[in-house]
Ligand binder design. Structure first.
Ligand code: 5GP
Length: 178
């Protein structure tokens, strides 16, 4: 029994998530050691991944938050990206690490990449915890991907269904959508 009466099945456990986050954090530490990084959290879905990841990156970091919405409550992307919160400071000349929860059609990540690039950072490194390669509608090259998954709707670890399930500490598949 839960808020939406949905049956959830663990898809990626807390242990697997923690190991992957540590691995990506290590790679980013090696890449940016001794440099200052601006880590951009894409709200809302990546807040949990982001907060775990930045604790695994051993260099100077400032935090920025970029709010976008493309689902408007359902389980399929509207294809239209709406900015709900812009960055609070200029990022020109900075090494930016963009942290996204999941790349589905690729439309949101492409939008974000263009939005960041247009502000002329010194570099842009893209990270997504999850990627659904079969769902891509536009080409979307990522620098770091946690897990490639099948084309199914997942929740937890920051990802929601209609606002719920973001607090699950693991990634789950929904079994019984009507
Ligand atoms: P895209 O623009 O790549 O189609 O969609 C990216 C956004 O859609 C993600 O940031 C995320 O908010 C949402 N999204 C895509 N797939 C899923 C999914 O399986 N579960 C949830 N909860 N959100 C998803």
């Amino acid at each position: 029994m839960n808020a939406k009466n949905l049956e959830l099945k663990t898809y990626i456990s807390e242990e697997k998530l923690a190991a992957k986050v540590a691995e990506i954090g290590k790679a980013l530490t090696e890449k940016f050691k001794g440099k200052k990084v601006t880590a951009v959290c894409v709200l809302k879905g990546s807040f949990m991944f982001y907060s775990d990841l930045i604790r695994q990156i051993d260099t100077d970091i400032t935090c920025e938050f970029f709010g976008v919405s493309s689902y408007h409550g359902g389980t399929t992307s509207s294809g239209e990206v709406k900015v709900t919160l812009d960055l609070s400071t200029p990022i020109e000349g900075q090494h930016v690490v963009l942290v996204e929860d999941i790349v589905d059609t690729g439309i949101t990540m492409n939008y974000l990449k263009n939005a960041i690039e247009s502000r002329k950072p010194a570099s842009l490194t893209t990270v997504a915890l999850l990627e659904k390669p079969d769902a891509l509608k536009v080409p979307c090259k990522l620098d770091h991907v946690g897990f490639q998954i099948t084309n199914e709707f997942v929740v937890g670890y920051g990802l929601d269904y209609d606002g719920y399930f973001r607090n699950l500490p693991y990634i789950a598949q929904v079994q019984n959508f009507q």
